[in-house]
Design a binder for this molecule. Sequence first.
Ligand code: AVJ
Ligand code: FE
Length: 445
Amino acid sequence: MCTVKDLRELGTEDLREHVAAELSRTRRRSAQLTDAVDDEDLVKQHSPLMSPLVWDLAHVGSQEELWLVRDVGGREAVRPDIDDLYDAFQHPRADRPALPLLGPREAREYVGTVREKVFDLLGETPMEGRKLVEQAFAFGMIVQHEQQHDETMLATHQLRDGPPALTAEPPPQQPAGALPAEVFVPGGPFTMGTSTEAWALDNERPAHEVHVDSFYLDTTPISNAAFAQFIAAGGYHEPRWWSEAGWRYRQKASLEAPRFWLRDGDRWLRRRFGHVEEVPGEEPVVHVSFYEAEAYAAWAGKRLPTEAEWEKAARHDPATGRSRRYPWGDEDPAPEHANLGQRHLQPAPAGAYPEGEAPCGARQLIGDVWEWTASDFLPYPGFAAFPYREYSEVFFGPDHKVLRGGSFGTDRSACRGTFRNWDYPIRRQIFAGFRCARTPIQDES
Ligand code: AVJ
Ligand code: FE
């Protein structure tokens, strides 16, 4: 387990070693996700929402070739003829199966060839002199990119029909103990975003002060049992809990429950990576859209936290006044802190991971489920696209809502207190849940 706190403290050789370890660890996961099914399954489209797994694999290689082999390394292109096929902006996901994609064997060979060249150039790349390589940023960006696609591939696995293909240990069943339902976060300024985290992506930058009024935040994510009460109370049939856009979507899609839930008499079952099982009441709810989260919060007399509230709860240390990298401190996530990295293929019970607790007392802000926030995906003041506009900038605006904290399917390299994810408010195939917030009523607190 790597416990590097600050890559700026590493010498070039140690930095190279760190990069090599991260690249290899990441590729093992991509291999697991693609070796788990046969060739037919790899080229097939399991849902119009997703690419065939074989597209994700070669796309990962293509981005690595563009940024590391060609740009950082200045080496000759490996496959300039396939750039367009794996450019996510050229072809929507639904159209990708019809493209003349590399087959499974070719895709594996391709990513292997690219990786060999990257290991070769890693040894001679100076980790300074050019913004792209400072603290090995481009390598970190490529590690995170592959890990992000690994989470996307995990979502594809969840969407595929048929018997289970993936296995993992269940998460620790730690008793939560008696936790308060909500924690209080006193009003005041905090530092949001970062200007120092070496591998932070452009949308997390720069650090800036934000004032957040006092608020209450749920100690844990909303559980399946709590969400089932909303269903039982007729929540899906009461327009008053829904925003206008949310209700329109609820009607159009005939939503009745989280995605992958099945009614069985008077109980709920779910399909999870090929297993059909009773919905565990104590686990955080997952596979709900922003609109369902918003409706639940209204029904509960609450609201979703803003992105600034979420980050203040997760990072602000009132004892020092500074913002931490993670809720528990500045050390990289270890297994006792959070459910990350596809070690378990489901969230841990709400209230787990006492060692990952934030100074305000909230739990599981990192890991388990992505948490929908009330906020649109917008640039921070002073934002500068780097190294390319298509990572973040083209997605800024009211169409995408911000998600925070990462899920059981997210790697630790692609998740931190400042990390920002985003998606359309209708999306349910991602590993997203939520927790609620509320503004104190007069004289409370
Ligand atoms: C940050 C998860 C929204 O998957 O669309 C992958 C990450 N960007 N390849 C996505 C990403 C380019 C992105 N999200
Ligand atoms: Fe990508």
